[in-house]
Write a protein that binds this ligand. Sequence first.
Ligand SMILES: [Zn+2]
Length: 152
Amino acid sequence: MNEARMRLEEQLRQKTLEKGQTADTLVRFAFDMMRRAYAPYSHFTVGAALLGRNGKIYTGCNVENAAYSPTCCAERTAFFNAVADGCRKFEAIAVVGGPDGNVTDYCPPCGVCRQVMTEFCGPEFMVILAKSHTERKVYQLRELLPENFKLN
Ligand SMILES: [Zn+2]
């Protein structure tokens, strides 16, 4: 982990960043992660950056597979990365994506990822969609999946 990221995570832990700055940071990390996507089939690359309540940023990209269904989205990759690190509580996620690494529109999470978010996040969890470093839409999870599946 580089020094700049450690410094940033310390600021996030101490909550010294403004909400807007936090969103800027997550969007920047999501754009960086998009470059790591493995998408030889769809050529649609996605990056996600998830802020844990512990102040750490967990990142993910989409990872495709020749058999298609084993493919994992960027958002779930980020969540699973966090859970494997011991983090289960989250503040926000930023998502960016587009064909061949070109972001021209917003990239909302698929239904499966929305369901995964409800496993760990409350209705106020913030989902930040960006189509550039300055253009974004912000949703609460309750708006994206008002009726999630529950085992009861
Ligand atoms: Zn998904």
